[in-house]
Design a binder for this molecule. Sequence first.
Ligand code: IFM
Length: 452
Amino acid sequence: MPASSPELPRFPADFVWGASTAAYQIEGAADEDGKGPSIWDTFTHRAGTVRDGHTGDVACDHYHRFDEDVALMRRLGLDAYRFSVSWPRILPSGAGKVEPRGLDFYERLVDALLDAGIEPTPTLFHWDLPQALEDEGGWLNRETAYRFGEYAAVVADRLGDRVTRWITLNEPFVHMSFGYGFGVHAPGRALLLDALPVAHHQLLGHGLATAALRAAVPDAQVLVANNCTPVRLRQDARGEADTAAADAYDILHNRLFNDPLLHGRYPDLSAYGMPDPAWGGVVRDGDLTSIGAPLDGLGINYYNPSWITAPRDPAAGLPFDLAEPAEPYLRTSFDWPVVPDGLTELLTGLKARYGADLPPVWITENGCSQPEGSHDPARIDYLAGHLGAVADAMAQGVDVRGYFTWSLLDNFEWAEGYHQRFGLVEVDFATGARTPRASFDWYRDLIAAQRP
Ligand code: IFM
């Protein structure tokens, strides 16, 4: 452990040590073995969408090199691996005809993981919606939620005898806001607040997928991975207007997703021009019962807090402005502030808000982009600091069951292409060569030292 890393306490013996990836970010093989196009295939091939025109066509070529990647995970000593299933590999048109070669791939991956003593933890939707469904309106269309439930049943039918821990959605807030609100991610639609139905339809899809998983897999553990942020005021906050803006942001980013899942109701969306609890007919009878079915765990993806001020231009349409913190935090290569205690604040805040309705928590993503190269002391400090923050939250009574770092491998970082490197393992995108970084050795040693 480097001199600057705090000593970590001992985590519970059954604490799960993991790493995360996502299909479009690592697999490549974009149109192999019958896979249909996803919205990310379409988006990345449109000029001007991704930095330097990068695409996920090849990415880490994990589709062909997964054995090598599982061997790396075995070297790390991981307990669990979180990956995502590419919906259009399984259902090339989003629905109807199943492509068995897609299921075969995930079956080979799952079997390799189990052989290595690593628990597979698939996410069913990490943003690569089949293009055919986007052509019908994507997540703006309620029907997509039903297609998601059907897709979940198909995957569970093939893998459910070997997989118990499932994650339905990854970061529905980011998919709604970046994909449909601002158009900087696929499918590239800039609808601002008209994107809100995307939140409800993803959540309804989660509810339907949860029911499908539980019907097919009797001991299924179902989670959802929400990226949550503690909302902070700047030190120079002006008072009530800033506080109201911070509350409004908390509602949009955190509570819009956590409240219906954990309390079976949406927060008041009046600040977003939506005083009607049924959202003008978007939310139908029975939906919240399905969405609010008890979860086995809440996945939390944490990167940094959000600093909020009152909107400088109220005519711009949003009841808040995103601001920069006044404090001189360390920054990642992405220029994101490094704030480990934000994770403690987030976890204890969730416990305070949801009380007994908060299921066990899993950190399903946490990590940082750092410069190229295998010497990455800043990543080690980042991970050590954030694990310390998890331990602090646990000491304050939050039931955290596991930690999945983002990410196992350098990968395709969405609109940033290959420019942001989040991996414990460096990837040479010209050759596909993998080189474990210093942080890989550090995480391996940490896991070994934590073993009972
Ligand atoms: O790479 C992403 C991931 O797909 C979702 N969570 C945040 C990561 C870093 O931006």
